[in-house]
Ligand binder design. Sequence first.
Ligand SMILES: [Zn+2]
Ligand SMILES: [Zn+2]
Ligand SMILES: [Zn+2]
Length: 170
Amino acid sequence: MEHAAEDLRAAGLRVTRPRLAVLAEVAAHPHADVETIATGARARLGSLSTQAVYDVLHALTAADLLRHIEPAGSPARFELARGDNHHHLVCRACHDVVDVPCATGEAPCLQASDDAGYLIDEAEVTYWGLCPACLAATATTAAAGATARAAAAPPPRHRAGESDPRITTP
Ligand SMILES: [Zn+2]
Ligand SMILES: [Zn+2]
Ligand SMILES: [Zn+2]
């Protein structure tokens, strides 16, 4: 918490209880969405309006204390800015977000095939896929589906010679 107060002062921001609460929540829940942060900050402070949470998030992001990410189809999420240019793995099924270090170590990680005269300073990299839990759930569902189909299939015909009363063995 003292750390957070120093960070605020270093960024030229006044140290306020809402700012400390939001920083503490984001530190405790990396990649949290606004609702999660607001609920946690409210629990710490007793009360805090959603608008106040947005204001704090905006100020902290503008001061580079927080990093804002917004994977497609997911609400805005926040994490402490570490200046490490790390990237994210996002699960398509449950929207879980996990940090992954930059493969090249510094921005921009990808060279544009044509920079069109721009001075490029960042390539935004998001890896999409299925997290281990969703992958396991998918595999289980698929297996269950296969079992259900097998059970629904008509039983195999009796082979000749088996205990089928219609077949008379000579
Ligand atoms: Zn998942
Ligand atoms: Zn992250
Ligand atoms: Zn990278």
